[in-house]
Design a binder for this molecule. Structure first.
Ligand SMILES: [Mg+2]
Length: 300
């Protein structure tokens, strides 16, 4: 059963593979981000669980972004969403009413493509990707094709690239495990999340598939996105001139947003009402993981 406690325990079981970080001894509590504005000059915002839940904007989030801008705060969206190009992500946020521009959005997909290892010869990446993805934002030197539409790629691809779980099932995992056992190849994961909050509940994400493959093959994978420093450094590069302690990561998860933010040396704010911990008392999860945010707020 995929629920919050299950996802939390799965994240905890992976702690050795996640960055190390230091946390404050106590968290401050607030109602929303307006309570935190004396502490920070810039906010790095998670998307799912902070700005939106699935295809719906979180109530008050559009207005909060405008209010933060009016106070002179800098805003960056840092999302592990890798199913869509940055242009498509931007279009989605504009549709939901947000006014972010292209320089204010960093996706784990961008980070993965910017760091995609070179495969020998003209070998192709076999990608788990959403229907219609044309990989037009992949580096020109990389060839990427859909695993779902080219089953031969299981054997012929030079590497496996996990962008999206949209068209994935258990049988796909079994097929990739078998193919990588037959011939080990690089595995790149452009979304380290295990689950994501949608309108109808939690969806399974590429990080979960990757850890399943790793456990069954003993192979390693290269992860891009939160909680890893590769994603935070790209976001922080957009905020040069602002000291790290005056920047806060705002997110709905302890193991990606708060852990990653703390590991990057910035402040952390956990939003509890819309994402992974929606409907749950947060204190036991903080106690048991010892991942403690600087602030806990109920909404954005
Ligand atoms: Mg989230």
């Amino acid at each position: 059963m995929i629920d919050t406690k299950w996802a939390f325990q799965r994240y905890e079981s992976l702690r050795a593979a996640l960055p190390a970080a230091q946390f404050p001894l106590t968290s401050r509590s607030g109602l929303d981000l307006s309570d935190t504005t004396a502490d920070y000059d810039a906010y790095i915002l998670d998307a799912f669980g902070v700005l939106n839940r699935g295809e719906t904007a979180i109530e008050g989030a559009v207005e909060r972004m405008a209010a933060l801008r009016a106070l002179g705060k800098r805003l960056i969206v840092l999302t592990n969403a890798a199913s869509y190009t940055r242009a498509e992500i931007l279009a989605k946020y504009h549709r939901l009413g947000f006014d972010f521009d292209a320089t204010e959005v960093v996706s784990s997909r961008d980070v993965a493509f910017a760091n995609l290892p070179q495969l020998p010869g003209s070998q192709v990446w076999g990608a788990a990707a959403a229907f219609g993805d044309d990989f037009s934002d992949a580096p020109v030197s990389a060839r990427v094709a859909h695993l779902a539409e080219n089953p031969d790629l299981l054997h012929s691809a030079g590497g496996i690239l996990l962008l999206s779980s949209a068209r994935w099932s258990e049988s796909n995992t079994a097929a990739v495990v078998q193919a990588l056992q037959d011939r080990p190849r690089p595995l790149v994961v452009a979304n380290p999340d295990l689950v994501a909050p949608r309108e109808e509940g939690l969806s399974l994400e590429p990080g979960l598939i990757a850890h399943d493959i790793i456990a069954k093959t003993g192979l390693r994978a290269e992860f891009f996105g939160k909680p890893y420093g590769n994603a935070f450094e790209v976001a922080l590069d957009r905020l040069t001139g602002i000291p790290r302690h005056r920047i806060a990561m705002v997110g709905d998860t302890l193991h990606t947003d708060v852990l990653g933010g703390a590991a990057a040396g910035i402040g952390t704010i956990l939003v509890t009402d819309h994402g992974l911990f929606r409907g749950h008392e947060i204190a036991p999860f903080i106690r048991s993981s010892a991942i403690r945010p600087d602030w806990v707020v109920t909404t954005t």
